[in-house]
Design a protein around this ligand. Sequence first.
Ligand code: HEC
Ligand code: HEC
Length: 255
Amino acid sequence: MSRDAVFSLSARKGLMAFLVAAFAVQCFLVYTDPTGREMPPLSEAALRGREVWLGRNCQACHQFYGFGGFLGPDLTNASGRLTRARLNEVLTVGSRQMPPYHLSADEITGIETYLREIDATGIGQARAPRPDPAAFAAVVRVAMAGGEMPDEAARGAGRFLSGPCMACHAPLSPRRIGSYLAPDLSRSASALADEEIFEVLTNGRPALGMPPSGLSHDQQREVLAFLRWQNEHRGRLLEASLTDQPTGLPWWEFR
Ligand code: HEC
Ligand code: HEC
């Protein structure tokens, strides 16, 4: 055997040993991952809820941790947004494609408790990163100070950042507020005619969760100028406002 062949054989053995060791380390990390270990056993009430859940095959339309049917929403973390009144309604007479189950008050309490205890076990679906409002405001302030923004738009930006708008409208993404959806306003300047925007700002859409803004016509024009500016610089604003936000998952899991 030549010297080269001996060398390459031991190099290959070394590589093999390295891969086996890497595999062993990976197995160790995955199998000793404590995620989910600390999950306490379900309470009596939650077990009754689980019986209803399994008996009625709710999973046919709903998911936990992203697994299940897809006609209805993922319920892993639904507990926080569901009121007892909403549960009473949904679990007796149904809601849209959700059929009526006429569950008893005791069964509803079971489902309520089951959903609360499932919620406590973790995050159902990895979430896409959302633009960070503070980072967004910082980029806008830099553009205002640097004279990059027309004066009228800069006055509108000042109004927008310091007014109540951002309590409902998240920057560059829609946000759910109770049963209302506050839209991403960075697209509104191209989606709506100017007159429609003035109309919304003047009268609001009270039935849909948007209050009248109380702004004068000139102030409305400034806000509109800022919405146009956002629309034009949307890509750059989005890039600068997406910060790495923890998903609560270890680094080797899907994000
Ligand atoms: C045939 C499909 C289907 C089945 C089976 C089903 N659901 Fe639903 N469920 C839906 C749909 C669709 C919605 C959304 C209704 C809406 O938007 O108003 C929903 C909504 C809900 C909601 C409200 C969620 C929210 O965020 O407001 C709860 C809670 C719920 N279902 C629980 C259950 C339970 C518990 C069962 C079993 C007893 C069940 N569902 C069985 C389709 C289903
Ligand atoms: C209490 C929450 C809330 C506040 C505060 C609020 N909005 Fe809204 N806004 C909404 C909701 C919800 C909608 C969606 C209404 C609908 O579905 O048509 C909306 C819609 C809009 C629209 C129409 C967007 C579109 O594309 O249809 C504009 C423009 C708008 N808001 C601007 C503003 C401005 C500017 C401010 C601050 C002066 C503001 N909003 C404050 C909740 C709010």
